[in-house]
Design a binder for this molecule. Structure first.
Ligand code: SF4
Length: 440
């Protein structure tokens, strides 16, 4: 008698990078004939993909493991927090196995031990583009793992190791398959997209028989040929980034750069050991906008880093006024266990952090408001994410999913994934309100 299909529950926590790891594990599970089930009750075993980037994420991951243990009992842990196995085992000694990030084979080995695959090559054929957790019309494209930098507040290199770039042929084949399956927007992610290929000395790879260097510029050119929106995340302001701005001006890739500047004061950037900390970023931003006036810049910042003086903070505010970034997130510095920043002198008092954060956010919100007001009366292209009885919610080329603003469109006749022209009639601090003009 044949055994029933083995069933796996899957809990995915954390950032878009962890999401890509989850998609790979799910693809492998499906390939081997496992069924992915949505409830603890139906699962024979549960895999939890954790996040350990900040302390709050650690706690969320530990809670998720606890819930899976209570509800199911058989739990395999992987992901960033898995790099700190003792932390997990202290709280949850009964988990079946713990592995770190990108440990696809180890996770599969752990699943095989608990639940051997049912040997049937015809079970659950997997589409060539794999399984995606993001909505069908956009997908994250991970181009590398790890990072060669050693920013003082970050423990990613100690968890994920040095930069390892994926071969450009593999990345392009994955991108092409995603587009064939209906994806309209590719979100390029990594720890440092501008460093793509540094580890392989920009080795030449092949895509559809054509030689291509493993380098950001060549990658962007090739992605630009796929005819979908391509959005770049986690880029640093190096000189060679100027090579891709003309492609943005020509409409080959989206005029959008997500650059985690983190600060505007050279003193603090140096203390943070940030990549490209000595670059004149304001001059560079200006030169990019000269080439591509519609360029949208999104960034994140940290206020209250150890050693940040009132002068440094004022430099940051002036920098922000001058840079006129479109989308900005800001965090109050909080120590992360294992980060070298913890040893720095002159910590900033909590109330000073709070006060600086408020001042920063006031400036950032005003800039965002002014920038969005300038869009009222303009026509924009919008990709639709959701539709219900009250209307549609989409994003313009200036908005990445989950982290940026939205465009609320007065129409329920649209479909997710559709790209439409809209007329913007209203704006608030972060979102736009628009009427549709026509569908693609
Ligand atoms: S660039 Fe800095 S913050 Fe980003 S992953 Fe590398 S070390 Fe961490």
């Amino acid at each position: 008698m044949s055994r029933s299909t083995p069933k796996v529950g899957f809990v995915s926590l954390g950032c878009p990078k962890a999401l890509v790891d989850s998609e790979r594990i799910l693809t492998q599970l499906k390939t081997e004939g496992y069924q992915i089930v949505p409830t603890y009750n139906d699962a024979d075993v549960v895999v939890v993909n954790t996040c350990g980037f900040i302390d709050a994420a650690e706690q969320e991951s530990l809670d998720a493991i606890g819930e899976a243990l209570r509800e199911n009992g058989k739990v395999i842990v992987t992901g960033c927090l898995g790099a700190k196995a003792e932390k997990i085992l202290d709280v949850h000694p009964n988990v079946l196995s713990v592995t770190g990030p990108q440990a696809y084979e180890a996770v599969m080995g752990a699943v095989h031990n608990v639940l051997p695959p049912k040997h049937d090559p015809f079970v659950d054929l997997v589409p060539p583009q794999g399984i995606k957790l993001t909505p069908k019309h956009y997908a994250y494209l991970k181009i590398s793992e790890g990072c060669n930098h050693r920013c003082a507040f970050c423990i990613i290199p100690s968890m994920r190791g040095d930069l390892v770039s994926r071969p450009i042929g593999d990345v392009m084949t994955e991108a092409e398959n995603l587009v064939k399956s209906g994806v309209k927007e590719l979100l390029v992610i990594s720890q440092d997209t501008s460093a793509y290929g540094v580890d392989t000395k920009y080795r030449t790879g092949f895509w559809n028989g054509r030689p291509l260097k493993t380098r950001m510029k060549e990658l962007c050119e090739a992605l630009g040929e796929l005819g979908v929106w391509t959005r770049l995340h986690y880029v640093y302001p190096y000189p060679h980034v100027s090579d891709i701005v003309p492609m943005m001006a020509e409409g080959k890739i989206l005029p959008y750069l997500d650059i985690p500047f983190q600060h505007g004061s050279p003193n603090v950037l140096k203390l943070m050991k940030r990549p490209a900390h000595a670059e004149n970023t304001l001059a560079r931003i200006k030169s990019w906008r000269d080439v591509c006036p519609d360029l949208v810049l999104r960034s994140t910042f940290i206020v209250g880093f150890p050693g940040e003086t009132e002068d440094d903070f004022q430099i940051l505010l002036d920098w922000l006024e001058e840079a006129q970034l479109d989308r900005v997130g800001c965090f109050k510095y909080s120590p992360v266990e294992g980060a070298t920043a913890n040893e720095l002198p002159n910590p900033v008092a909590e109330e000073v952090k709070e006060e600086r954060w408020q001042r920063f956010m006031e400036v950032a919100a005003r800039i965002s408001r002014d920038k969005l007001q300038a869009k009222v009366g303009r026509t924009l292209e919008v990709i639709i994410d959701e539709v219900d009885d009250e209307g549609a919610i989409g994003r313009s080329k200036a908005d990445a999913p989950e982290i940026d603003g939205k465009v609320f469109v007065d129409s329920s006749d649209l479909k997710p994934g559709q790209i439409v022209e809209v007329f913007v009639h209203e704006a608030d601090d972060y979102d736009l309100y628009a009427a549709p003009l026509g569908a693609e």
